[in-house]
Design a protein around this ligand. Structure first.
Ligand code: SAH
Length: 245
């Protein structure tokens, strides 16, 4: 069943619901018909099987059949602090990150981040939000992951909550592997992952992060591209603390 986030207005079983905001997609893209069912998500953790009762090019009405608990949300809230990358790579991380289970994306501007300034990043927000929404609908998330405003390095360090992990490429042989960091202590309810830019995290920035309580971890002996590092680490976190496998 096709899934759509439709948080407003609140919906309830037995009600009719205005689906005009989805009409183009239902009618022209998916070519659905009255009698077909879709699943509406209210972004508060509930899903509503809904029958389409009227459908035209620019308006649509549905009849809400049921209310169910939405599935697809991981048991851990993972925030990904990602130093801004070239647009296509950043968008790729947004899409795949949603599928893996990231709940919040925070673009970060570090000293070696190439894509600047923050205003340039802000112009992409509508597009990035649409990518997140489509990925969340496609993969079956129960809540829409959020996209924060871009933060500078120090603001990002202070913003994060939960278990804070910073994969750093410059650690030596004694470094703590990410997997080991995830099995120490009790499972946290929230986790923050900070991945550096293509140019790497500089020593002073890494020291500030460690002083602020972040754990510097290694992802092994090979240097991964930022997007590979972000998704590999997110996958490992979801495996150890979440619901992946
Ligand atoms: N230009 C740097 C690499 C940066 S890779 C160099 O050549 O040394 C981009 C980011 O991915 C890094 O800042 C780090 O956060 C993460 N990363 C990549 N490989 C890693 C590894 N083996 N261990 C820990 N972090 C890694």
């Amino acid at each position: 069943m096709h899934r759509f986030f439709l948080p407003h207005p609140p919906i309830a079983p037995g009600q009719s619901v205005d689906l005009a905001a989805l009409a183009h997609q239902l009618y022209s893209v998916l070519r659905l018909s009255p009698g077909d069912s879709i699943l509406l998500l209210d972004d508060t953790g509930y899903a509503y099987p809904t029958e389409i009762v009227q459908l035209a090019r620019s308006n649509a009405q549905g009849h809400v059949l049921e209310k169910q608990a939405a599935t697809g949300e991981p048991p851990i809230h993972l925030s990904l602090y990602l130093c801004a990358l070239k647009a296509d790579k950043f968008e790729w991380v947004l899409q795949k990150g949603v599928e893996i289970g990231v709940s919040r994306f925070v673009p970060v501007i570090s000293s070696r981040t190439i894509v600047r300034p923050a205003e340039k990043i802000s112009r992409k927000y509508d597009r990035w939000q649409a990518i997140i929404r489509e990925a969340a609908e496609q993969c079956g998330r129960g809540r829409l992951p959020t996209l924060a405003e871009p933060l500078g390095w120090s603001a990002a360090l202070a913003d994060a909550t939960g278990l804070r992990l910073m994969p750093w490429e410059a650690l030596g042989g004694e470094a703590l592997p990410l997997g080991a960091a995830l099995t120490r202590g009790q499972s946290p309810a929230a986790c923050s992952l900070l991945v550096g830019p293509e140019g790497g995290i500089d020593d002073a920035e890494a020291a500030d992060a460690v002083a602020a309580g972040w754990l510097a971890v290694t992802l092994g002996p090979r240097i991964l591209r930022a997007e590979t590092a972000a998704l590999t680490a997110a996958g490992l976190i979801m495996h150890r603390l979440g619901d992946l496998g």
